[in-house]
Design a protein around this ligand. Structure first.
Ligand SMILES: [Zn+2]
Length: 209
């Protein structure tokens, strides 16, 4: 999120619109509990064509990758999101971050996850829930997803990992992994509704430009 499912946790949160010129804004580590001060990233929004690009696999696991992941987490927290894919910040790499406890003010209650090169290897069941996205402003809709998934990925140091996920984590992972393939949650809507929504959002984006 930029995925951001508006579940109970997020109901009272306001979407903080990232200022266009935020390259100079540095969030305070003390607020977000991260290693050091990280630059916030600009979030691209629909219909920007960058969101339709394919992310490339990460092959170098260095300090820069770690810093990118930290900046993504920071940006996600500031934006009140529970997930963010690198492509939403214009970085065409297979990196996603998720924290279902993003709304927790108490830093020790937060649970940041970083997934490098995530791949869904197993899916089962179906579930429908309301989704939103930091790249799709002012719109949410119900989307059907697999209920349980198994994801293989690497951590920031390159170690192979595997996670069985269900409920919100499974939904969030599917939403974010979609981003890495240039897919937005609105692409899952019935065709007619999808056309209407995309038309409206494009008009809105033009008006705001
Ligand atoms: Zn999203």
């Amino acid at each position: 999120m930029s995925f951001f499912i508006f579940h109970r946790l997020c109901l009272n949160m306001n979407l903080v619109k990232i200022k266009a010129d935020n390259s100079k804004i540095y969030a305070r580590a003390v607020v977000f509990g991260l290693k050091k001060e990280m630059a916030l990233l600009d979030i691209y929004t629909f219909p920007d064509p960058i969101l339709r690009q394919q992310a490339a696999a990460v092959t170098v696991f260095d300090q820069e990758l770690d810093e990118t992941a930290q900046s993504m987490l920071e940006t996600m927290y500031v934006s009140s999101g529970i997930g963010l894919a690198a492509i939403q910040a214009g970085i065409l790499k297979k990196i996603i971050v998720i924290d279902l406890n993003s709304g927790e003010e108490e830093i020790s209650h937060r649970e940041p996850h970083v997934f490098i090169n995530p791949k869904i290897v197993k899916k089962s069941g179906n579930t429908v829930s309301e989704e939103g996205c930091l790249s799709v402003i002012e719109f949410r809709a119900e989307v059907e997803r697999a209920e349980k998934i198994t994801v293989e990925f690497q951590d920031v140091t390159g170690n192979a990992q595997k996670m069985d996920a269900e409920d919100m984590m499974a939904i969030c992972l599917q939403h974010e992994i979609d981003h890495l393939n240039g897919i937005l949650f609105i692409d899952h809507l019935p065709l007619l509704k999808q056309k209407m929504v995309k038309k409206r959002l494009t008009k809105l984006a033009k008006a705001e430009a």
